[in-house]
Design a protein around this ligand. Structure first.
Ligand SMILES: NC(=O)c1ccc[n+]([C@@H]2O[C@H](COP(=O)([O-])OP(=O)(O)OC[C@H]3O[C@@H](n4cnc5c(N)ncnc54)[C@H](O)[C@@H]3O)[C@@H](O)[C@H]2O)c1
Length: 408
């Protein structure tokens, strides 16, 4: 683990519950933080990423604040280990663009902590939207200022949309498709917290490739989390999707409330990554390249706030498919323990060349069909023998319009 703060502690708790994972090292620029987490994991605290990587881990979690991304990812990629990165990828696009290029060049297996994609209620929403054009989305994140010092400074966090509403923007992209233009405004005044320079509230208008229109609003002036989720209006269907519930109303007039299970999603995102590292699973829903597309949208919102201009987003020329990123590296333990931040006896991190050569770059996808959902597979139904699907995974039956991995 690189970074030993709140989210690292959560991942460590989840990973410690997996019988096939061993955490063998923790590092943090704040030594006592590394030592505290290392102690709970029964692992050593290492002075820096180089010392951690000298242990030849199969995979590394990078759980640093937005401003601190870059060196850790580059060191992990150079080591050949698989990479899990917490969102957001950085405060702006410079570091993630560089890292994404290196991920693509090496074919590294990556995942990003957009655990909402693993919510059962999100999958249900995608199924309900499969045959209905989405016309409008309204994403909100109305909350308090989180209790981490870096959050209130825009050069440290990227601001509330980049840092926090990213989950909702990612959900909108997953359920609707690519965003092609944004226009946004901020309050120009910070929340009432000393030294804050982020906007107290932001409102953005989004245009999606398929013609859907939407808004995203963010506010951080409450003492509690009021609401974080996405309202969706499709033909004859209205719904609200949040971490905690899905609310659906259709022509019947009946309102259905389906509880969400965010804790299960937080476990699932780690389980999917570990399974992919071990070569026994194929369910990484947000690899680095996909997270970069969400990050482009949140950064475009921040840019529009700064400039007062509409920011258009070109569709990416090409994108690394999740499938290629799922190719196991040579460091994957075979049938044994997959160590996260840990050396596996006989399973040293492999070179980039161990990644499948074919199909590294997929053609640009056309805009998602209305109701199309990226990275939200239906339940797994048909396990395939390792290798049959090209990367030792499983095949999932999906409703029409739901693709497992979208090449954006
Ligand atoms: N996916 C989620 O649900 C979720 C939840 C919480 C946080 N996060 C994200 O995780 C990231 C971290 O958030 P947090 O709440 O854990 O923050 P935090 O401040 O509690 O922890 C970050 C840790 O990283 C350390 N650090 C900073 N620079 C470092 C570097 N260069 N090398 C090693 N360690 C370094 C800090 O000392 C600190 O201990 C944020 O981007 C946040 O958005 C995601």
């Amino acid at each position: 683990m690189i970074g030993a703060g709140n989210v690292a502690q959560r991942h460590a708790r989840v990973l410690s519950g997996f019988a096939d994972v061993e955490i063998i090292g923790v590092t943090d620029v704040v030594t006592p933080a590394a030592e505290a987490l290392a102690t709970t994991c029964g692992a050593p605290a290492l002075p820096d990423a180089a010392a951690l990587l000298s242990l030849q881990p199969d995979a590394v979690y990078v759980c640093v604040p937005p401003f601190a991304h870059g060196h850790a990812e580059e060191a992990v990629l150079a080591s050949g280990a698989a990479l899990f990165v917490e969102k957001p990828l950085a405060v702006d696009l410079a570091v993630p663009t560089r890292v994404a290029a290196e991920v693509a060049r090496r074919g590294t297996l990556t995942a990003v902590g957009h655990h909402w994609r693993y919510l059962d209620v999100v999958r249900t929403a995608a199924q309900l939207l499969a045959d209905r054009p989405v016309r409008l989305v309204n994403g909100v994140w109305w909350d308090k200022v989180p209790p981490v010092a870096w959050w209130i400074r825009s050069d440290r966090s990227g601001g509330p949309v980049v840092e926090q509403a990213a989950h909702v923007v990612d959900l909108a992209r997953a359920l609707v498709g690519p965003v092609t233009a944004v226009y946004a405004a901020g309050t120009g005044a910070p929340p009432p917290v000393p030294d804050a320079d982020v906007d107290a509230a932001t409102a953005a208008t989004l245009i999606f490739a398929g013609g859907t229109v939407g808004t995203i609003s963010s506010a951080c002036v409450l003492g509690w989390k009021q609401r974080a989720g996405l309202e969706i209006v499709a033909d004859g269907l209205a719904m609200y999707v949040g971490e905690d519930e899905l609310v659906v109303r259709d022509e019947s007039g009946q309102e259905r409330r389906i509880p969400g299970d965010p804790d299960a999603a937080r476990v699932a995102v780690d389980r999917a990554f570990v399974d992919a590292v071990r070569g026994i699973g194929d369910d990484i829903r947000v690899p680095y390249a996909e997270a970069l597309e969400t990050h482009r949208v949140t950064c475009a919102i921040a840019e529009s706030v700064r400039t007062g201009q509409v920011v258009t987003l070109a569709p990416p020329a090409s994108s690394v498919t999740a499938a290629s990123e799922l190719a196991p590296t040579a460091s994957v333990a075979t049938g044994g323990t997959a160590a996260v931040g840990a050396a596996v006896p006989g399973g040293a991190a492999g070179p980039a060349s161990s990644v499948t050569a074919a199909g590294q770059v997929a053609p640009t996808a056309s805009p998602a069909a209305p109701g199309g959902a990226a990275g939200i597979p239906a339940p797994r139904t048909e396990p395939t023998p390792a290798g049959r699907d090209g990367h030792g995974g499983t095949t999932a039956a999906r409703p029409p319009g739901i693709s497992r991995h979208r090449a954006t």
